[in-house]
Design a protein around this ligand. Structure first.
Ligand code: SF4
Length: 343
């Protein structure tokens, strides 16, 4: 049955696939590069968000070699707004290593790919399948949902193992790339978390969940932990005080307003711990809520004046200087809220 399902998925994919910029290529090396770039960008990010970033990035860096020779600051600038900046740094490092160790050619073995920064089991499988047409299938959220529904798999600790077994029975000698992309596309277009479009599905006659009408994994609302922060908005002579906030991994050392985590939602005054001296210049401080992948930040934006600070940690930037740096999306939001609040 696995093989019949695969054939149906491949032929459906050939007719119904979305036209995406990484799906057309001029050569095998162009295909390798586009798949590598798209897989990095698509980690934790929606296709619709990635497309304009992919186009902009590809326009500037057309090959792995061009990317490897670039400065990290230019790469981060192009990535600005896409978030999870570690991906950009890893991609840049990966391009350098591919040039140094693999003569500029993206490796075609699972272990070699996994030795590159930012490439785990899923990305290595996806690259081998999509770019190299090897018989691998990476298991992402879409693949997991489609396969567990088709075979009505139990959602227990062994789910991943059961999915791998079923995928093994579906592997094909020809068309591995289309099969993997087809399963993902089915998950993205028809086999949605809620209200799947089963009537249009090419494999509904094989789908046990459809026949039994049992959709156990309907969208569960993810619960997020809340973390509390104070951000400081400090201006002087048309300049704003910034920091690299290296302490917070999720900011990846990007330029941001000075930020400190606080223990409770009372956002206790922490000025003395952050600055040597400073006066609160506004009695009210707006609250900004910002969602990260695993938690939600509740940030009080406190306006300060007469600040004395450690010059190795903080620095002033004027409007022109700001454009030269990669400003985190969070910083942009904080700046917007602070400016509106000051008006
Ligand atoms: S029949 Fe429905 S549940 Fe089954 S794979 Fe297709 S869309 Fe998903």
């Amino acid at each position: 049955m696995g093989q019949t399902i695969s054939k149906k998925i491949i032929s459906w994919y050939k007719k119904h696939q979305r036209s995406l910029p990484w799906r057309s290529y001029t050569s095998s090396s162009d295909r390798d590069y586009k798949v590598l770039l798209s897989e990095f960008m698509l980690q934790q990010t929606k296709v619709s968000t990635v497309v304009p970033y992919f186009n902009k990035f590809y326009k500037k860096f057309r090959t792995i070699k061009a990317l490897s020779k670039s400065r990290i600051t230019s790469v981060l600038k192009l990535w600005e707004g896409l978030g999870y900046y570690r991906r950009a740094r890893n991609l840049h490092q990966t391009a350098k290593l591919v040039l140094q160790k693999h003569n500029g050619k993206l490796p075609d073995s699972f272990s070699d790919l996994k030795n590159l920064p930012g490439i785990g089991d899923y990305t290595a499988s996806a690259i081998l399948s999509i770019a190299k047409d090897q018989s691998f299938i990476g298991i992402d959220g879409n693949v997991k949902r489609v396969i567990s529904r088709v075979f009505n798999l139990k959602h227990n600790k062994k789910l991943l193992l059961s999915i791998e077994k079923k995928l093994n029975s579906m592997k094909v000698k020809k068309g591995s790339s289309e099969l993997m992309q087809g399963i993902m596309e089915l998950g993205a277009l028809l086999c949605l978390p809620t209200r799947p479009g089963c009537t249009k599905c090419p494999i509904k006659s094989h789908c046990i969940s459809f026949k039994k009408n049992t959709f156990k994994d309907r969208a569960k609302k993810k619960s997020y932990q809340i973390k509390y922060f104070n951000a400081f908005f400090i201006t002087k002579n048309n300049k704003i005080l910034f920091s690299f906030n290296k302490k917070f991994n999720f900011l990846q050392g990007l330029v941001n307003l000075p930020l400190v985590e606080v223990a409770t939602n009372k956002h206790n005054a922490t000025i003395n711990k952050v600055f040597k001296k400073g006066l609160i210049s506004s009695s009210s401080a707006p609250l900004v809520k910002y969602k990260m992948s695993n938690f939600v930040m509740h940030i009080k934006v406190i306006s300060l004046s007469n600040v004395i600070f450690n010059k190795t940690k903080y620095f002033w930037l004027g409007q022109k200087d700001i454009k030269k740096f990669t400003i985190s999306t969070l910083a942009k939001k904080l700046l917007q809220v602070s400016s509106n609040h000051e008006k």
